[in-house]
Design a protein around this ligand. Structure first.
Ligand code: SF4
Ligand code: SF4
Length: 337
């Protein structure tokens, strides 16, 4: 089973958009034994799970990071690690660390760079990291978070087009979560009109740096009403809850939009400036405890209704096809007729 682990919340930066409010003083750390038990659980029934490691800043405790990557890849897992690239002091120094991670089997490095990070990490450092990855043939992805007020990915690509030629880069709209909720003006968020209809896009059982089991690392993943337990609970119970929880099942199948009508009934109001995407809608729905409690109560019934609709559609489609087939059936004259 694929799994995400936020290793620690300690970070050498304190970005204004940080969804997990990481910073230099944050100390929440799971023990190595707890981390290894989580990793072991990911292999139950899956010989090659994907394991995403992030933080905080994963490279702050580099030896520990390498030991964990080695432990996972040694068992057959596929590992990606997120970093802000602070350690790319020069291309040569970046290559030493990239090579060490390659040697222990790292599959992918995700490097964050954008205007928020640039306030703490000079841009040349993550660029050195990206170059080190391309020179050493390690898969690398650049992640860039933006608002209407910040630089955009297009600006980065224009400024550093030679450094980033051939590199996979993606822009993510900043969500009003964690530190961003206080620090980013809602009017600056890159929202769209209307209600987002998409399904839950990234439901991956994850563990926060303080050991909470959460359904994703996206916008709403860290909210209390969506928590699935803690690292001290039985992991197979958490996995079972993750797979069968009616709220999560409904969102994976139909998207958070399927819960909005029930929320409107208890006074939920859409934010006036639109939604970024379905994860933003999910966050707005579950951040108010009374609305979240109502949605928890209603989800099993809504799921049943959706199941009924699905079965009814299947039945009417099958009926329609058999009637069409019967109407178009022309008996072929047999020999001698
Ligand atoms: S966004 Fe990343 S680099 Fe910035 S404070 Fe959060 S964890 Fe640290
Ligand atoms: S829709 Fe909700 S649960 Fe799904 S990935 Fe987005 S924030 Fe997470």
């Amino acid at each position: 089973m694929n799994i995400g682990i936020l290793l620690w919340n300690t970070c050498n930066a304190k970005c204004a958009h940080c969804a997990v409010s990481s910073g230099p003083r944050e100390q929440r750390v799971m023990t190595d034994e707890q981390l290894r038990l989580l990793i072991d659980a990911a292999f139950a029934g899956d010989p090659h799970p994907r394991v995403g490691l992030s933080g905080g800043e994963a490279f702050l405790f580099f030896d520990r990071l390498c030991a964990l990557v080695s432990y996972i890849t040694g068992k057959g897992g596929l590992v990606s690690v997120n970093t802000n690239g602070f350690w790319g002091l020069s291309l040569a120094r970046a290559k030493v660390k990239v090579q060490r991670l390659k040697d222990v089997g790292l599959k992918q490095l995700v490097v964050s760079m954008d205007q928020f990070h640039e306030e703490y990490i000079p841009i040349q450092r993550p660029l050195n990291v990206v170059r080190a990855c391309t020179e050493l043939h390690l898969e690398v992805l650049v992640q860039f978070v933006a608002t209407h007020k910040t630089k955009r990915l297009a600006d980065l690509l224009k400024e550093h087009r030679d450094d980033l030629a051939g590199v996979n880069c993606r822009e993510i709209a900043c969500h009003p979560v964690g530190r961003a909720e206080d620090r980013i003006d809602p009017v600056d968020l890159i929202t769209q009109p209307g209600i987002p209809a998409g399904r839950c896009p990234a439901s991956v059982l994850s563990f926060s740096a303080d050991g909470r089991a959460i359904p994703c690392c996206n916008a709403a993943g860290h909210l209390k009403p969506l928590e699935l337990g803690t690292v001290n609970d039985r992991l197979d119970d958490i996995q079972e809850k993750f797979q069968s929880d009616p709220v999560l099942t409904l969102m994976r199948w139909k998207g958070p939009k399927a819960l909005r009508d029930a929320a409107l009934d208890v006074g939920f109001k859409d934010p006036g400036h639109g939604y970024i995407d379905q994860c933003h809608l999910c966050y707005e729905l579950f951040k108010q405890p009374d609305v979240a409690a109502k949605l928890r109560d209603e989800a099993p019934g809504l799921l049943e209704q959706e199941n009924y609709k699905y079965l009814y559609d299947q039945y009417t489609q099958a009926l329609h096809s058999s009637q069409t087939a019967a109407a178009s059936f022309k008996p072929q004259p047999g020999p001698g007729c």
